[in-house]
Design a protein around this ligand. Sequence first.
Ligand SMILES: Cc1cc2nc3c(=O)[nH]c(=O)nc-3n(C[C@H](O)[C@H](O)[C@H](O)COP(=O)(O)OP(=O)(O)OC[C@H]3O[C@@H](n4cnc5c(N)ncnc54)[C@H](O)[C@@H]3O)c2cc1C
Length: 388
Amino acid sequence: MSPLLHEVRPALTILGEHERMFQETVRDFALAEIAPRAGAMDEARAMDPELIAQLFQLGLMGIEIPEAHGGTGSSFFTSVLVVEELSRVDPAVGVLVDVQNTVVIKALLHWASQEQRERWLPRLAQDTVGAYALSEAGSGSDAFALATRATPDGDGWVLNGRKLWITNAKEAGLFVVFATVNPDLGYRGITAFLVEKGSEGLTVGKKEDKMGIRASSTCELLLDDVRVGPDHVLGDVGKGYKVAIETLNEGRIGIGAQMVGLAQGALDHTVKYVQEREQFGRAIGSFQAVQFELADMAAEIEAARLLVYNAARLKDAGEPFLGQAAMAKLFSSEVAQRVASRCIDLFGGYGLTRDYPVEKLYRDAKVGTIYEGTSNMQKQTIAKLLLK
Ligand SMILES: Cc1cc2nc3c(=O)[nH]c(=O)nc-3n(C[C@H](O)[C@H](O)[C@H](O)COP(=O)(O)OP(=O)(O)OC[C@H]3O[C@@H](n4cnc5c(N)ncnc54)[C@H](O)[C@@H]3O)c2cc1C
């Protein structure tokens, strides 16, 4: 090829055969199985267990787990497509699948020993929900100020502490728990542990009563003298900060996908509504002011989607993606809030009622700027890269 010519790459939104198949399957599933349950699950503040079983059956709970371990053997980009499609219908289901794939499984794929992989990956692919327990009451953005202690006990460890905000905690069979083996070591004392549901001393505590993603469980996790063997350390002792940073760097692309899906879902409902709702003897969608609102929203969503897809494709290509992931999460979570809010406006008074799904999507959007690193934390990452 001439040195003046660059290799032409396909557009980010052109999907491979396998990716398209996944997208279509999940889209159909979400419309048929999730849409009819979303309102009731939100009201009940609970995920339908039958739905979780279906997510496992479809292979959506072990997307990147190799087929040899019973998983789907697919890419990170595929996980992003799946989270987007699920969140278009219900972001609470989107985050359940997101945490399972892009955080918990990711941590094991990167850091687990051969024995841990053989023990846990088949279960995570088949029937075990995972949760990721880093945050505490006193340590959120400053995650490595955590206070949960791991004290040596024979050749194993005893864990004591209280985790807060743990997504999937009610449903989880496996928890990735972060604790410090020595607070004087600062972040170098942080260690990740694999803790199984049913371990003595482990209790799932209060479930938060949230404004959005209400069907997704967010709970306290109490550890009172939980004994684990040395084979429960994920990665090396004192390397938990690396486990946390690396998994969350990728995981936040998944939250970007959740927010893109949410925004697209809100716009889909609104496009339909403005063609049905009549005022002044015409469909409100025939007013140019309304059309321009739709156009602005569509352009913002597409821009957010391109940021998310680009970050995910960079990740799969083994290229640096830290800044792109932070931008994708920052931008898409803000787009989701703006779009969901504008969609409520276009529904008028009906937008405030639970008769239409946009009210729920508006509530669900708020968390996007908070979890897996607040917007300020994403800006801090981007600025650090600019100023280094
Ligand atoms: C629904 C939900 C689910 C969650 N799921 C999980 C989970 O599964 N596992 C888990 O470990 N955690 C989880 N979290 C916790 C989440 O990651 C934290 O809430 C988040 O990191 C923010 O921490 P915080 O709530 O303590 O807020 P704080 O850190 O107290 O932040 C409060 C405000 O201060 C700002 N701020 C803080 N420090 C700075 C700074 N240096 N510069 C500028 N601004 C700053 C923040 O941007 C924010 O606006 C979840 C949270 C929610 C709400």
